[in-house]
Each structure stands twice: as structure tokens, then as C-alpha cells.
Design a protein around this ligand. Structure first.
Ligand code: ANZ
Ligand code: ZN
Length: 809
């Protein structure tokens, strides 16, 4: 052949062959073991970036490797096509979001194809298509029937620059996750999904996800936030039939309660103060609290303040009278929005009591130090200890008393577990999203869109001005529709769904992307699900991954599939770093993958992103690293070129060659199973060096094995060399080589060491050891050293693998 390595000729050629022969198309085949390899689908923002390249190169190696191992591999790709940038682009450039999105999808798809990723493109989906979101709307209706989708007026995180509501997860340090502007609080009617109904299961099952990184599971558990304790009800003195319910994690401190604190927003606050002399003051306080920035409130960065409501309640165990306060540190969204205040053992209550002159009662005494006195305490004592001032519980360790006190409450309280997780607000006041299938009729009120009328299609003829909220509010033809229940005219809901809805089930759609009788065909889902390997960025550790898990459980409970958890194994890849910062447009340090492909070819780009760092670690971008990659490929090419053009291969491999090849198969296979791509590549480099340095003429079989092992990393390169080696089938669908354990083991031989022809030692060494190496070992043998004493070695006789004779004088 005598050719140079020309990636730009090879790559399009093989991409065409793969496409024409539909090499990566899969169908369900119950006789074969399936493997579902999934990478997080991209948002079609315009062009792919190095983060995508890295994510999808990792996924492609896994998919190709498993395919060669004989698995029936599902490896799909699609587009998370709804979202704000499309709408912002529409406002800025007067293009329609749909057009903008489709254009971007075309560009990015051709970029992905140029990378040689082995996707089954027949399963491609775009979540903005009505035949996709139709099923999401149907799911919404099912959730609505089960009251798992509901509407409520609530304070929401409002981003003024994006003109939309954000979920709590989308607020990072008080700022919008997307545009970084400060988030404001606004009251709004919103749709919610009741993810809290699954809080316990979502948390419990993190312990079963053995194939997930521990740090992701820990973040999910932290987010769900479980607290064990008790609900306790305190009857209101003025109307004893009513009571205030509180949540506490410290029922052991119940006898130390000296007042109650309610959140300012708690409905009882206004009710209790009505007509009392405090009413005006209470109203002023409520307004003041409403103005405190939400994030400051959550972080506790403000002075503890409160007002007396004028009402009192009674202690359920000792009937003591307890004043009821409204306090700014009690959050309405947590627990019941009310707390029993124990100043001696809770720091916030302690500060509050000191400020307003409320009593402090010590009910837990430290066992090791002097007893505490309320007058001399400088801060709350929050540790466990021994019960005091608590009637018949005195003297018991406080941890033991917890359960006993709860049990003694009777109808006034019981054990309870609560969660920090809040329901998922899915309403967005934006155009480019899936419409929420609800109507409002002047006669019938809230009416779900009948199933037969789905999908509620987004109208296309819409003006984008960027002002005045959702553009859908101005589209008469969309807005007005006959009420399905009465002769009246109803108005449609104009909120669209959070785009995290679409990404919560797309992996199910891939199983039967053209199914038109439901979200998916349960038979196909049974075959393909769960996803065997999911790969994506760690930034989705909480939002996307939690929502997708929630959807799985919901779909199971409405009977659409049988799955509790969607993703068996998760790999979170690190970031791509350049000049010490994450590669990003805003930092101005992006490297365009297209330019790299142009210069080096896709195989080099793949090779670099797999070799430069282990997948979970950050990858430091370096041009010299890329250069190193292409140099290696050229060296392999040159070697193969030389051997192939000579056309003579060894009839059989030498024992040494066989050992090296089999050791490499074992190493690369093991590394691929563990995603140690960089060390797998390193051992392939070693094998290349072996062929190169050991001057032997290798067998054709050894070279073929070498190419097979390289294929998942640099598939175009390998297809070409495979063909040049005379193989007619595609290497992409060839079988992964196996190794013989026997051949891997280094063979041992016994070396005889003589001094002047007399046996002085025996050495157990690996086959093929060099003269210098044997000599070095021989000179460490005591008996050899003894007979060499004060003499000079004048000559060495060396018989490989057998004998060394040191001739001395
Ligand atoms: C009495 C008590 C005594 C408490 C004591 C603590 C120490 P975590 O662990 O975060 O779940 N609490 C309950 N609901 C609240 C709300 N809506 N806003 C602010 N604080 C609230 O915290 C649970 C504890 O936080 C509860 O236990 C309650 O105070 C308070 F020595 O009850 B504790
Ligand atoms: Zn009606």
C-alpha cells in the first residue's frame, strides 16, 4: 500500500458505509442479551462543544465494546428541544423557535455524525414534536386524576430577565441557574407535581443503586432531606377543639417548651390575632417578613424577630400555658410551619427567649459537667444528656426518653418523618414548551382536556416581543376553545411545562420511538429497560436524575411499566478545562470540535478525549495532547503499512508475541469493563511498541487482534486497516478477541549458574530474560558471591533460558 494516514478520506467513507448498511440499527431480539447504553441528550443550542464530544466519545466506546462482545446494543440519540434559548433567539433574531431549533438540530446532528458515533439514528427523537409531547400531556392528565398534578397559589422564584418561574433546584445561591440574575419572590398560581409523595421511596432506594457514584447518591439524599421526629398537637386555650400542630426532632425536650412559634405566613397567625390588641402589630410583622429575601431567610442571615399573637395554647402533658408567637425564622414550607420553642436546648429559641424575656427551662442535663442553670447559660445546650424537670421521665437518658415521651402523648402526637423535598413546580410562563392540557370554563371551572383532543399543539403563528409574559396569552385561536362539558367557551392554560419534564422519560421513548398508541410500547420497554449504562455531567446529579427516578415510579404506579428505577449504572464525567477554567462561551476559552476534526480527524479527537484523563476526572485540554494522539495513530499506520505492503506475516505467532498479545487483550478488556480508557490505550501503545521494537515479523492474527482492541476508540482508522489486512467484513461488527489465561502467564525457566563450570546456584526466572538481567540476579546469590570473592570475571558464557557460566581468575 505505502500510503500516509489520511483521516479526511477514511472517515467520511466509513461513516457512509455504516449508514448505508444500517450497522448500528437494532431491533429487539429476545435470544440475545441486551445492553442499553445512554448518554444525556443535548439541548440543541447551536453547535456541539468539547463537553459533548467527551460525553459521547465515552458512550461510544462503551457501546462499541459491548456490541463487539455480542450484546444487542441500544445506543440512541435525540434532542432536548424545548427551552428558553430558542425563544430568546426568536425575540432577538426574528426567527421562529421551531425553525431555530430545527436548524440547530441539523447542524449538531451532522457534527455528531462526523465524529463517527455509533447511534441508531432511526430512533432519533426531538422532544418539541407534538408526537413526543402528546404522551407527556397524557401523563399529566393521569397525574391530574390521581391528584399528583395540582394547582396552587404560591410564592415562586421569579427570574426577571428570563421572565419565568424557576424550580428551587434551578436557583443557585439566590441566582438563576441559566442567566445568573438575582431571583425574586412572586405569588402566582402554579402547577405542581407531587414528587413529595415519593420522597421516602426516592431516598430509600438510593441505597439500592449500587452502580451509581456515591457522591451523586449523597447529593440526592441531602436534597430529599429526611428528618425523624414527631408531630405534636398543642390545643389552643381560647378554642380547645382546635390545636396547633408542630414537627420536632427532639420530643425529649417536650417539657422544656415555654412558647410556640409560627411562620408569619401561617394561616393561624392572622386568625389568632384577630380582634386582639396586637392585631395591627402582627399585620405589620407579616408584611415585613414577606419582604425578606428568600435566600437570606433560608440561610438564616437576619436577626431573629417575632410578635406575640395574643393567643395561648396548652402543653399536652402538663397543661402549662404557652404564648403563641409569630417568628421570622420559622419557614412555612417546612414541617407544619410551626415549632415548639425550647429555649434551653435550641439556639434560635434561646436567642428569641432572651430578646423577648420568655422563660427558659432546662430539661436535659449534661451527664459529665455541672448542672445547667437558665440564668447563667450563655447558649443553648443542644447535646443529649439526662432528663430533668420532666416528671416521670427524670433520670432517663434523653435518647431513650424520645420514644417514651411520644408514646405518652396518646392522641396529641405520634412519631413522624418529614422531608425537605418540595413539590415540583412545573409551570413556565413561556411559549416554547409543551402546553399544559387544562381548560378554564366560566361555568365548569378547571377542566382537563379530553384525551381524544391530545395533543394540545403549540400554535406556530405567534409574535415574539419579549415583553408582557407568555406570547400564548395573545393567540386568540389557541386561547379560546369550546368547553367539553357545557356549551360555553373555555380558555386554555397558557403555562407550558418545565423542560425537565421531557428529559424525565425520553429514554423510554427511545425503546419504541414511533409507537403511536402510548408513550411507549410496554413490550419494548420490558426488553430494553433499565438503561444499563447512563453517562452524563455531574451537574445533573439532583435535578434531572431525581425527576427521572420520580417519573419511573409514577409510571409504574399508573401501570404503564414495571420499573422502579430507570438507570442501573451511572457514570458522571468530569468537565473539560482549558487554562484553568471550565471551557465555556462566557469564559471565552472554547475550542471548537469542528476545527479539531478539520485539522486532525475525528479519530484523533476521540482518542485525545479518552486518553487525556479518566472519565470521572476533569480533562485538561492541551493542543500538545491532541498532537500526541495523532502522532501515535500515524506511527501505528506506518508500521501496519510497512508490514502489509511487505505482505509477509509469520505463519504462527512466537510464544513471546502470543504472551504479549494475550496480556494486552486481558488488560484492555478489564480496563474497558471499568471505564479505564486511558490505561487501556496505554497498553495498546505498549503493544505497538512491542511490534515495532522487537524486529520480529508478527503473525497476521496478532495484528488483527491489535486492530480489534483499538476499534472502540478509533473506529474509522480501524475499519480501514482491517480492510487493508484483507478482511472483508466490518471491524465494527467483528467479535471482541478473547485471551487464554495460560498464554497470559509469563512462562518460567530454571537457569543454572556456574562458576568455572561448577554449579553454584539455580534461578527461577521468566522466559526470555536478557544476559544482563540474569547476571544481575546471579550476582545477588550468596553462594555465587562467595566463589567470586577476590577474583575477577574474565568471561561469561550465556545460553539463553538455560545457563550462565562465569569464568574467573
Ligand atoms: C423542638 C426542638 C428542641 C427542636 C430542640 C430542635 C432542638 P431538621 O433537623 O432540619 O428537620 N423546625 C421544625 N419546623 C420548622 C420550620 N418550619 N421552620 C424552622 N424550624 C423548624 O430540624 C427540625 C427542627 O427544626 C425541629 O425540632 C424544630 O425545632 C425546627 F432542642 O423542635 B425542634
Ligand atoms: Zn364548561
Amino acid at each position: 500500500m505505502t500510503t500516509l494516514y489520511h483521516p479526511h478520506e477514511i472517515e467520511p467513507k466509513w461513516q457512509n458505509v455504516w449508514e448505508e448498511q444500517k450497522v448500528f440499527k437494532v431491533t429487539e431480539d429476545p435470544s440475545r442479551k441486551k445492553y442499553y447504553c445512554l448518554e444525556m441528550l443535548p439541548y440543541p443550542s447551536g453547535r456541539i462543544h468539547m463537553g459533548h464530544v467527551r460525553n459521547y466519545s465515552i458512550g461510544d466506546v462503551v457501546a462499541r465494546y459491548k456490541r463487539m462482545r455480542g450484546f444487542n446494543v441500544l445506543h440512541p440519540m435525540g434532542w432536548d428541544a424545548f427551552g428558553m434559548p430558542a425563544e430568546n433567539a426568536a425575540i432577538a433574531h426574528k426567527t421562529h423557535p421551531a425553525q431555530w431549533t430545527q436548524q440547530n438540530i441539523r447542524t449538531m446532528k451532522s457534527q455528531l455524525q462526523r465524529m463517527g458515533f455509533s447511534y441508531d439514528w432511526d430512533r432519533e427523537i426531538a422532544t418539541s414534536e407534538p408526537d413526543y409531547y402528546k404522551w407527556e400531556q397524557l401523563l399529566f392528565l393521569r397525574l391530574y386524576e390521581k391528584r399528583l398534578a395540582y394547582k396552587k397559589r404560591s410564592f415562586v422564584n421569579w427570574c426577571d430577565s428570563c421572565q419565568t418561574v424557576l424550580a428551587n433546584e434551578q436557583v443557585e445561591g439566590g441566582k438563576c441557574w441559566r442567566c445568573d440574575s438575582t431571583i425574586l419572590l412572586r405569588p402566582l398560581e402554579q402547577w405542581f407535581l407531587k414528587i413529595t409523595a415519593y420522597a421516602r421511596e426516592l431516598r430509600e432506594e438510593t441505597h439500592k443503586l449500587k452502580g451509581w457514584p456515591e457522591k451523586v447518591l449523597a447529593m440526592q439524599r441531602e436534597w430529599i432531606g429526611e428528618s425523624e421526629g414527631a408531630m405534636v398537637r398543642f390545643p389552643i386555650e381560647e378554642s380547645p377543639k382546635e390545636s396547633i400542630e408542630i414537627f420536632t426532632t427532639r420530643p425529649d425536650t417536650l417539657f422544656g417548651v415555654t412558647f410556640l412559634s409560627l411562620a408569619a405566613e401561617h394561616p393561624l397567625v392572622l386568625e389568632l390575632s384577630k380582634g386582639a390588641s396586637q392585631e395591627a402589630e402582627v399585620r405589620r410583622f407579616i408584611e415585613k417578613v414577606a419582604r425578606i429575601d428568600r435566600t437570606k431567610r433560608l440561610a438564616g442571615e437576619y436577626e431573629k424577630e417575632g410578635v406575640f399573637t395574643g393567643a395561648t395554647c396548652l402543653h399536652p402533658l402538663n397543661n402549662r400555658r404557652l404564648p403563641i408567637y409569630a417568628a421570622n425564622f420559622v419557614l412555612m414550607e417546612y414541617g407544619t410551619g410551626a415549632v415548639m420553642a425550647v429555649p434551653a436546648h435550641d439556639q434560635r429559641d434561646f436567642e428569641f427567649a432572651r430578646k423577648y424575656g420568655l422563660p427558659i427551662e432546662v430539661v436535659i442535663q449534661p451527664s459529665a459537667t455541672e448542672p445547667l442553670h437558665p440564668q447563667t447559660m450563655k447558649e443553648a445546650y443542644v447535646e443529649p444528656g439526662v432528663m430533668a424537670n420532666s416528671g416521670r421521665f427524670d433520670g432517663i437518658p434523653s435518647e431513650t426518653a424520645k420514644g417514651q415521651i411520644v408514646a405518652s402523648l396518646g392522641s396529641c402526637g405520634e412519631k413522624s418523618t418529614i422531608y425537605k423535598l418540595r413539590d415540583w413546580g412545573i409551570s413556565r410562563q413561556r411559549y416554547w414548551g409543551a402546553p399544559i392540557p387544562i381548560l378554564y370554563c366560566p361555568n365548569c371551572g378547571e377542566v382537563p382536556v379530553p384525551e381524544k383532543d391530545l395533543p394540545v399543539v403549540l400554535p406556530t403563528d405567534v409574535a415574539f416581543t419579549g415583553t408582557g409574559g407568555s406570547p400564548l396569552k395573545k393567540v386568540e385561536s389557541f386561547l379560546k376553545t369550546p368547553c367539553p362539558n357545557c356549551p360555553g367557551t373555555a380558555t386554555r392554560e397558557t403555562d407550558t411545562m418545565d423542560t425537565f419534564m421531557e428529559s424525565s422519560w425520553y429514554f423510554l421513548r427511545y425503546c419504541s420511538p414511533h409507537h403511536d398508541r402510548g408513550m411507549f410500547d410496554p413490550k419494548q420497554v420490558d426488553y430494553w429497560m433499565p438503561v444499563d449504562q447512563y453517562i452524563g455531567g455531574v451537574e445533573h446529579a439532583v435535578l434531572h436524575l431525581l425527576y427521572a427516578r420520580f417519573f419511573s415510579k409514577v409510571l409504574r404506579d399508573i401501570g404503564w411499566h414495571h420499573l422502579s428505577e430507570p438507570f442501573e449504572n451511572l457514570l458522571t464525567q468530569g468537565m473539560v478545562i482549558k487554562d484553568g477554567a471550565k471551557m465555556s462561551k462566557s469564559k471565552g476559552n472554547v475550542v471548537d470540535p469542528d476545527a479539531l476534526i478539520e485539522k486532525y480527524g475525528a479519530d484523533t479527537v476521540r482518542f485525545f478525549s479518552l486518553f487525556a484523563a479518566p472519565p470521572e476526572k476533569d480533562l485538561d485540554w492541551s493542543e500538545s495532547g491532541v498532537e500526541g494522539g495523532v502522532r501515535f495513530l500515524r506511527r501505528v499506520w506506518t508500521l501496519m503499512d510497512r508490514l502489509i505492503s511487505k505482505g509477509e506475516f509469520a505463519e504462527r505467532e512466537s510464544p513471546e508475541e502470543k504472551r504479549k498479545v494475550h496480556q494486552t487483550i486481558k488488560k484492555v478488556t478489564g480496563d474497558l469493563e471499568e471505564f479505564h480508557f486511558n490505561t487501556a490505550i496505554a497498553s495498546l501503545m505498549e503493544l505497538h511498541n512491542f511490534f515495532h521494537d522487537s524486529k520480529i515479523v508478527p503473525s497476521k492474527k496478532s495484528l488483527e487482534t491489535f486492530i480489534l482492541l483499538l476499534t472502540p476508540f478509533v473506529p474509522h482508522f480501524c475499519e480501514e486497516l482491517w480492510r487493508l489486512l484483507g478482511r472483508q467484513e466490518l471491524v465494527s461488527t467483528a467479535s471482541w478477541p478473547s485471551y487464554e489465561e495460560e498464554a497470559v502467564r509469563a512462562e518460567r525457566v530454571t537457569f543454572v549458574v556456574q562458576v568455572n563450570g561448577t554449579l553454584r546456584a539455580r534461578l527461577e526466572v521468566a522466559v526470555g530474560l536478557s544476559e544482563e538481567a540474569v547476571r544481575e540476579l546471579a550476582l545477588k546469590e550468596e553462594n555465587v558471591v562467595k566463589h567470586l570473592a577476590r577474583k575477577k570475571v574474565v568471561k561469561t558464557i550465556f545460553v539463553p533460558n538455560r545457563l550462565m557460566n562465569l569464568v574467573v581468575q
